[in-house]
Design a protein around this ligand. Structure first.
Ligand SMILES: NC(=O)c1ccc[n+]([C@@H]2O[C@H](COP(=O)([O-])OP(=O)(O)OC[C@H]3O[C@@H](n4cnc5c(N)ncnc54)[C@H](OP(=O)(O)O)[C@@H]3O)[C@@H](O)[C@H]2O)c1
Length: 268
């Protein structure tokens, strides 16, 4: 069955590969990126090779939370329904440690932006057919500092990345309990996949990027994942597994959600 799928950060890496595969099988795919030329080129590339002509591109820099809110409003107007949201866009190394508001960049792009965008798309997901949200986590997960989340302390890149990935995992488990009619899965797509993020960050890789994009494809449309929610898929282990222990700590999750809500209310 043809699905309507929005993938953030689908101008490169595993998001782009997943978008190409989903479109080639006739799904309606919405591509997103921060660079208008790259979005245009990706849409043209997918359209040229896919049987599906339903490929549209959206531009928003996820390090700017007002741009995320504007994207949410645009999508809410243009998409009557959404079956699958893949919060894939992510950043590891960056030229600047913080965004214009002084918030840690990885916290914004990897956690706060997907949080905000997903809230905006709730009505569209509720109209979806067996709707699914796939949130990109990582094997790198570290306890989330509320000071780091609020930009009051700026950790190093590796630490901030790992904190942002535990934050998105904790929130995924929380959301699965809140939105019972929508499946929410947090996923480590596999460590050191051959993408630009990894090549720039580590100068080496362990596995082809397709290891991650094929998993995103399966989680998005695979019948075997229908109705599975509140779980962590660990592609280093090849199945559902255990996230960091904080992701099961209701007190820590409550603190994270409360701080996140307060921060977003003040900023957007
Ligand atoms: N690769 C791995 O081994 C690995 C392992 C664990 C988790 N992950 C996670 O998997 C996801 C995809 O990673 P990848 O390796 O495919 O990375 P990638 O090749 O660097 O692609 C990242 C995508 O996100 C977009 N993006 C980055 N910053 C953005 C911003 N501020 N606003 C909007 N879009 C932005 C990029 O846009 P541009 O094209 O403009 O740069 C690109 O489309 C990330 O969340 C990453 O943390 C990856």
């Amino acid at each position: 069955m043809k699905k309507t799928i929005f993938i953030t950060g689908s101008t490169d890496g595993i998001g782009k590969l997943a978008a190409q595969r989903l479109a080639s099988e006739g799904h309606e795919v919405f591509v997103h990126g921060r660079n208008p030329n790259k979005v245009k080129a990706t849409v043209a590339e997918i359209q040229a090779s896919a049987s599906s002509t339903e490929v549209r591109g959206y531009v928003a820099d996820l390090s700017d939370l007002r741009a995320v809110a504007a994207l949410g409003q645009q999508l809410a107007k243009e998409l009557p329904r959404l079956d699958v949201l893949i919060n894939n866009a992510g950043v590891f190394k960056s030229p600047n440690a913080t965004n214009a508001e002084g918030l840690e960049l990885r916290m914004v792009v990897n956690y706060l932006a997907p949080y905000l965008l997903t809230q905006a798309l709730h009505p569209q997901l509720q109209q979806g057919e067996q709707p699914r949200i796939i949130n990109l986590s990582s094997a790198a997960q570290a306890p989330v500092s509320m000071a780091a989340l609020q930009g009051k302390a700026i950790p190093g890149v590796q630490e901030a990345y790992a904190q942002s990935k535990l934050a998105i995992t904790e929130w995924s488990f929380y959301l699965a309990k809140q939105w019972k009619d929508i499946s929410v899965i947090a996923v480590n797509p596999g460590s050191l996949l051959n993408t630009r993020m990894v090549r720039e960050g580590y100068g080496t890789f362990w596995s082809p990027a397709e290891k991650g994009s094929d998993l995103l494809y399966e989680l998005a449309v695979g019948a075997e994942y229908s109705g599975i929610t509140g779980k962590y898929y660990d592609n280093d282990q090849g199945g559902f597994g255990k996230a960091h222990r904080d992701a099961y700590d209701s007190r820590k999750i409550a603190e994270l959600i409360q701080t996140t809500e307060g921060l977003l209310a003040a900023l957007v």
